[in-house]
Design a protein around this ligand. Sequence first.
Ligand code: GYE
Length: 357
Amino acid sequence: MRKLLRVAAVLVVFALVLSGCGGGGGGSGDSGDVTQGMDRKIVMGYSQIGAESEWRTACTNSVQAAAKEWNIDLRFSDAQQQQQNQLQAIRTFIQQKVDIIAFTPVVETGWEAILKECLDAGIPTICVDRSIEGSDRASSNPSDMSDPDNWFTAFIGSNMEDEGNRAAAWMMANVASIKPGKSVYNIAELQGTVGSSAMTGRFKGFRDALGIPAAQALGTSSDGKYSIILSQTGDFTRAQGKQVMEAFLKSNPNDIDVLFAHNDDMAIGAIQAVEEAGKVPSKDIIIIGVDAVKGAFEAMVAGTMNASIECNPLLGPQVMETAVKILNGQTVEKWVLSNESDYDQSNAAEAYPTRQY
Ligand code: GYE
């Protein structure tokens, strides 16, 4: 009898644990769980570029955390900066008949065939963070299949041209007070991954604001005050940012007034090169980055970096929300824009404690 009672008690506890799990609603470990806002658990294939920067790591963490929260089965693939790996991953997702595919195109070109394969398979796609060539992230005529905007369902991310613009605006407003008495400011530029929309957008936006033709790597602003004298890629990494800045400083030891780096990691690498060359970063050479990641805040607070233009990597929640809407047949914006601001030494210390990336 006692034995029976013990078995019964164990069974009751077991049943309670099971029901507790099922009734949690959205918590991790749900049994037979469904995606928030859906009647079933959905599968998302996600092709990420790699882990080249602090920004990318924050983006990946945000996507993985949001998938958990929404109870989405995330098949995550890291392409290690190779477009070929992305194409392969997406093809595998199609074979696996996932419900939806999200991807960040490492470069802008070469997406037509694979996105049309997704369309043929009836799998919607979300383009995250970087965009593809020819896309203005608006679709005037949804049946025009020559318009790249119709090859994907939605785009979620920043306006990279605007970020280049804001970097130039910060520079024009601040250089004279940091390095007074100069008639021309010489600029060195560290470009991001060549052919990525983050690079092409920031490159163009910066030049547009200065009145330099967007097709020109080097040139002087329309008012004659700003001259881009050096411009090369550092592939968005700290190591290459440092290496290329070392080469810049060797070839032009005393001419560089401003460094515009397409991301903070390259700016941080470059700061080391500036220090090793015996110069004072943020005073002898004004340092402007993009992203506003923690490393940039630390450098701004320490006084070695001047400014960072924010590009928000916390896109996970918007990606999951958009996916659920698409799969529920709701209409979504073609371009879901992220919110961002600019930071410099005047407001970095105050904002730092609340930064999430
Ligand atoms: O700025 C850079 C990253 O595509 C916006 O890629 C992204 C860029 C980001 O590696 O740090």
